[in-house]
Design a protein around this ligand. Structure first.
Ligand code: PRP
Length: 210
């Protein structure tokens, strides 16, 4: 049988996950010295480095058993898998933001919203009963209002620095975000013991690092 595969979101969540793994007593030397390799042995596990949305795809379809991914991508992408635990790091939040002092809710013209997270934006405005035109942007969404392309954005805010340095401000906080552990549904049945042991080691490590 192949090793249990853990899909890990590249970038912001990597460092904190590695230190969590180290607290779990896992040998992360290959992962730390990965170079350009994308699949790394970590003790008896195989760690796969992928973009957030792909972490979900690989876990949902069973190419990986476990995934570590932000709640932002989970809510945006949905899908069938178990969401097991909140890792308590990678904390940030979804917010509606616009140019400073812009009176967003004023006026009758349909507003244009730019976002990397169109589904999140859609349900936020649907809950408000407000019709908006949502346009998907791939990155640096803050540009859209600055270029007068959009009235506002729905995006992730962590420190608030990007908004501040670009003359934007939060209009409304939408939802808190943090890193989560997800598990493939079939793996949860077929490799129950191994997965439960990994999850209980995570819980212990979380307690230690509190
Ligand atoms: C995210 C988000 C903001 C920024 C917020 O972008 O979209 O641009 O981080 O962080 P801050 O509040 O600490 O300034 P990310 O760097 O992930 O890349 P992106 O531009 O591709 O969305």
């Amino acid at each position: 049988m192949r090793p249990i595969r853990i899909a890990l979101t590249k970038g912001r969540l990597e460092k904190r996950t590695i230190s969590l793994f180290q607290t779990m007593g896992l040998n992360c030397s290959e992962l730390i010295n990965k170079g350009r390799r994308l699949i790394l042995p970590v003790d008896d596990y195989e760690v796969v480095l992928a973009k957030a949305a792909d972490v979900i795809t690989y876990v949902e379809h069973g190419a990986c058993d476990i995934g570590i991914v932000g709640k932002d991508t989970i809510v945006e992408k949905g899908g069938d898998y178990y969401e097991m635990t909140d890792l308590g790091f990678g904390k940030c939040y979804f917010a509606l933001a616009a140019k400073k002092n812009f009176d967003f809710y004023n006026g009758y013209k349909e507003k244009i919203i730019a976002s990397k997270y169109p589904n999140v934006a859609h349900s936020f405005f649907e809950n408000k009963g407000m019709d908006v035109n949502i346009i998907k942007i791939e990155g640096s969404v803050e540009l859209a209002p600055l270029l007068n392309f959009a009235d506002a954005i729905v995006d992730i805010v962590e420190t608030g620095t990007t908004l501040k340095e670009n003359g934007l401000e939060v209009i409304e906080e939408i939802m808190p975000i943090s890193a989560r552990v997800i598990v493939n549904m079939a793996s949860m049945k077929l490799r129950k013991e191994e997965i439960e042991s990994f999850l209980s080691d995570i819980e212990l490590a979380k307690e230690v690092s509190k």
